[in-house]
Design a protein around this ligand. Sequence first.
Ligand code: SF4
Length: 325
Amino acid sequence: MDSKVKPAAGTQTTCPYCGVGCGVTATPFEVTGDERHPANQGRLCVKGSALHETLVPSGRLLKPRIAGEDRSWPEALAAVSSAIRDAVAQHGPGSVAFYLSGQLLTEDYFVANKLAKGFIGTPHVDTNSRLCMSAAVAAQKRAFGEDCVPGCYEDLELADLLVLAGSNAAWAHPVLYQRMQASQRAGRRVVVIDPRRTATAELADLHLKLKPGTDTVLFNGLLVWLRQHEATDQSYIAEHCSGFAETLVCAQEVAPSVTSVAAQCDLDEDDVERFYRWYADTPRTVTAFSQGINQAVTGTDKCNAIINCHLATGRVGQPGASLSR
Ligand code: SF4
């Protein structure tokens, strides 16, 4: 929070529509962007700006219903709790599962997890917000030993080379995209990797319209190219990584040369070479990847191929040199 900006009158809360998590100030009449919030600094996209319109009474469920009939809250809560109690009595706590919305706030998840794991005693709690990122979760566990995102929003602004892989941020994360746009400056480059020409590609200095599903080839090729051109950080690898030699052998089998990568990805050789050169020459490189990478049967391998290039160059968790998803 920026303590120099006075909070606007109203209730400070969070827009629940996407993972950017913009801060909003809500009053009974309107919703505005919270200027003190670190994610959006007062900006809101059209979805966030229209949040209050979802709170009109018509079309909303204003009372609990059981078997199609309006009931009081105590009756509804009693019905749910007795159903849970019956299931636990007959089949044990593991018979109860919670599937939560991705639109809940962190505090809501905390309370739901407390109820499920701490009180009822079931481990079965999941949300669509976790499932849609499960490929990245598995990849980060493989690469780092835990599910951690080493980058933050500020890195996207600090990077001199921003690589957006499978990410149409202009539509999916509009406020973050606005921050990326606002941080454009001389010498900063953006590479968009996406088979489609999306709105995000308008920001691109280089748009690699690769054949769908060939991201792993492109990034394995980058790893091989970086090593061939002595652009890897050998001391970082020695100190922080294991299995680099084996990884390189696998990458060489998949993507031995720029010619092979270009042919497999259906890209121009010069464009592939240009991307690799920019990546090698730009210490402050951030790769941000989204559902175009995650949501595939090979999503975990795609994520790992991206992470491996950052590990090989020591660009993890540094200002403007990291990864984000
Ligand atoms: S980018 Fe838009 S939808 Fe996402 S949190 Fe911000 S205001 Fe809400």
